[in-house]
Design a protein around this ligand. Structure first.
Ligand code: ASP
Ligand code: MG
Length: 456
C-alpha cells in the first residue's frame, strides 16, 4: 500500500481543445497552471480540430489523396506548435511516432473499420497534445511530466463509449498517479482509457471533461477546474440572448439539469463523479481567466427560483394513442416493455387518459434527431396508433423548489402565451419546467423567457 496520502490537497485542471489549439493557447494554460501551486494534475484534450480529422480517418477514407491531405493537416497542427518550442526534439519524435501509427491505422480503416480501430485512432489526438503541452511547460520551468492515462483509466471494452471501472481506477491512481504528483505537475490525456486487455478505449465525444472528473475522483482532489472557451456557465446561451449573464455559483443538481438539457458547456456525465465525492468544480475561460467563472458546489449561497434556460434541439416526439387505454391497465407497461426490449431510452413523458407522448433520448453523439426504428414502430402499432414528430426543441427552465413554489406559473405561461407548446413537463423534478416547441420558434421562446424572467 502506498504511503502517500495527499487526498484533498490538490487540484485537477482540464483544458479543452480550444484551450490547447496552438502555442499561444497552450502558453495561456501554462500560465494558469503556474498561478496555482495546488494544480498537480492536468488533463488535456486533443488540439482543436484534431479529433474530427481522426474521426474522418477512422471512418475509412478510400481515396488515398484525401487520406494524405487529412494526415498532413494533422501534422501541420502539431508542427505549428512544435516549431515554437525551444527544444522540440524529444516531443517531435514522440509526435512523429504517433503520426506514423495514425497513417497505418488509417490505411487499415480504409479496408475495414471497427470500433476498436476507431478508438485506437481517435485517441491519438490526446496522446500527441500531451507530449507537446508537457514540453512547453517544462520550458517555462514547470516540473511537468507526461503520463499515459491508459495505465490508470480502466474501462470496459465498449469501444466508443466505454464505462469506467471505478475501483480499479482508484487503486491504480493511488499506486501510479498520486506518487508522481508529489514532485511533478502531471500532464495526462482526457477522453481515453484502456480495457482489461490493454486495448485503447474512449469515453465518447467530448469525454475529456468526464475523464477529468473521474481522475479528480480517483485522487480525491480538492477541486476540479474545467478550462474552456467561455467564462463559465451563463443564464442561457449568449448567442441566443445577448443579455445572458454568467452565474458565479450553482448547485450540482442545477448544473446537472443544465448539462442534461443540452447546455453544451459540460459533458453531462462530468458532474457524476464530482458529485459522488463532493468535489467543487470550476468552469472558466482559459482565454480570459481574469473574467472568473462558475463554481459548481453542493452547497450554494443562493438558490433562486429561476437559474437558467437551456435549449436542446433535434427532439423527436412519439405520440401513442389507444382506444383501449381508457380505464385499462397495463398499456404503459406494454409500451415500455417494447421500448426496453429495443433499448430505446425515453426522455420526457406525459400521459392522458388515452394517449401518451414521449420524446426519444439522444442515443449517439451524431447530433441528429433520434429515429424510432421501423421494427419498434411496427410492434407498437399492434397496440396503438403511432405518430412521430420531428423538428422540435426542448426549452428547459431550470431553478429551485419549483414544485413547492406558487405564483410564478402565470408569469411563465403568460410569457409564452403566443407560442404553441407541444408538450409540458413539470413536477417530477423540483429543478425544472420544460416545454417542447417547434424548432422555428424555440429561440424566440428562449429570448422572451430570458427577457421576462432574467433581465427584469
Ligand atoms: N478530443 C475529444 C473530442 O473532441 C474529447 C474532448 O475534447 O473532450 O471529442
Ligand atoms: Mg470538449
Amino acid at each position: 500500500m502506498s504511503n502517500f496520502n495527499v487526498a484533498g490537497s490538490f487540484n485537477v485542471a482540464k483544458f479543452g481543445g480550444t484551450s490547447v489549439a496552438n502555442f499561444e493557447a497552450m502558453s495561456r494554460c501554462a500560465a494558469i497552471i503556474e498561478k496555482n501551486s495546488q494544480t498537480k494534475l492536468v488533463v488535456s484534450s486533443a488540439c482543436s480540430g484534431v479529433t474530427n480529422l481522426l474521426v474522418e480517418l477512422s471512418n475509412g477514407v478510400q481515396d488515398k489523396a484525401r487520406r494524405e491531405e487529412l494526415l498532413s493537416q494533422l501534422a501541420d497542427i502539431h508542427h505549428a506548435i512544435l516549431d515554437q518550442l525551444a527544444d522540440p526534439v524529444a516531443a517531435e519524435k514522440e509526435v512523429h511516432t504517433i503520426l506514423d501509427s495514425v497513417a497505418s491505422a488509417s490505411e487499415a480503416a480504409s479496408f475495414q473499420t471497427s470500433k476498436k480501430l476507431t478508438d485506437h485512432l481517435v485517441s491519438c489526438g490526446e496522446l500527441m497534445s500531451t507530449h507537446i503541452l508537457a514540453q512547453l511547460m517544462r520550458e517555462r520551468g514547470i516540473p511537468a511530466i507526461r503520463f499515459d492515462i491508459r495505465e490508470v483509466l480502466r474501462t470496459n471494452n465498449n469501444f466508443g463509449k466505454a464505462e469506467p471501472h471505478l475501483e480499479e481506477i482508484a487503486q491504480l491512481a493511488q499506486q501510479k498517479l498520486i506518487p508522481l504528483c508529489q514532485e511533478h505537475v502531471v500532464i495526462t490525456q482526457g477522453f481515453i482509457g484502456s480495457d482489461e486487455e490493454g486495448n485503447t478505449t474512449t469515453l465518447g465525444r467530448g469525454g475529456s471533461d468526464y475523464s477529468a472528473a473521474l481522475i479528480a475522483e480517483s485522487v480525491q482532489a480538492a477541486g476540479l477546474e474545467i478550462w474552456t472557451d467561455v467564462p463559465g456557465i451563463y443564464t442561457t446561451d449568449p448567442r441566443i440572448a445577448p443579455k445572458a449573464s454568467p452565474i458565479p455559483e450553482i448547485s450540482f443538481s442545477e448544473a446537472s439539469e443544465m448539462a442534461n438539457f443540452g447546455a453544451k458547456i459540460l459533458h453531462p456525465s462530468t458532474l457524476v463523479p464530482a458529485l459522488r465525492h463532493q468535489i467543487p468544480v470550476f468552469v472558466g475561460s482559459s482565454k480570459e481567466p481574469e473574467k472568473g467563472g462558475t463554481w459548481i458546489r453542493q452547497q450554494v449561497e443562493s438558490s433562486p427560483l429561476f437559474r437558467a434556460l437551456a435549449l436542446r434541439c433535434n427532439q423527436t416526439m412519439v405520440t401513442l394513442r389507444s382506444a383501449n387505454m381508457f380505464h385499462a391497465y397495463g398499456f404503459l407497461a406494454k409500451v415500455f416493455e417494447i421500448l426496453a426490449k429495443h433499448k430505446i431510452s425515453v426522455d420526457l413523458i406525459t400521459t392522458s387518459e388515452i394517449s401518451v407522448s414521449l420524446t426519444l433520448d439522444q442515443t449517439d453523439t451524431s447530433g441528429g434527431a433520434p429515429e424510432l426504428p421501423e421494427a419498434v414502430r411496427a410492434e407498437l402499432e399492434e397496440l396503438c396508433t403511432v405518430e412521430v414528430e420531428h423538428n422540435l426543441c426542448l426549452v428547459a427552465l431550470i431553478g429551485n423548489n419549483m414544485s413547492e413554489s406558487k405564483g410564478y406559473a402565470k408569469h411563465v405561461f403568460g410569457t409564452l402565451e403566443d407560442f404553441n407548446l407541444r408538450m409540458i413537463c413539470y413536477g417530477a423534478s423540483p429543478h425544472n419546467l420544460c416545454f417542447l416547441l417547434h424548432e422555428s420558434v424555440s429561440k424566440a421562446a428562449i429570448q422572451k423567457l430570458h427577457q421576462e424572467l432574467f433581465e427584469k
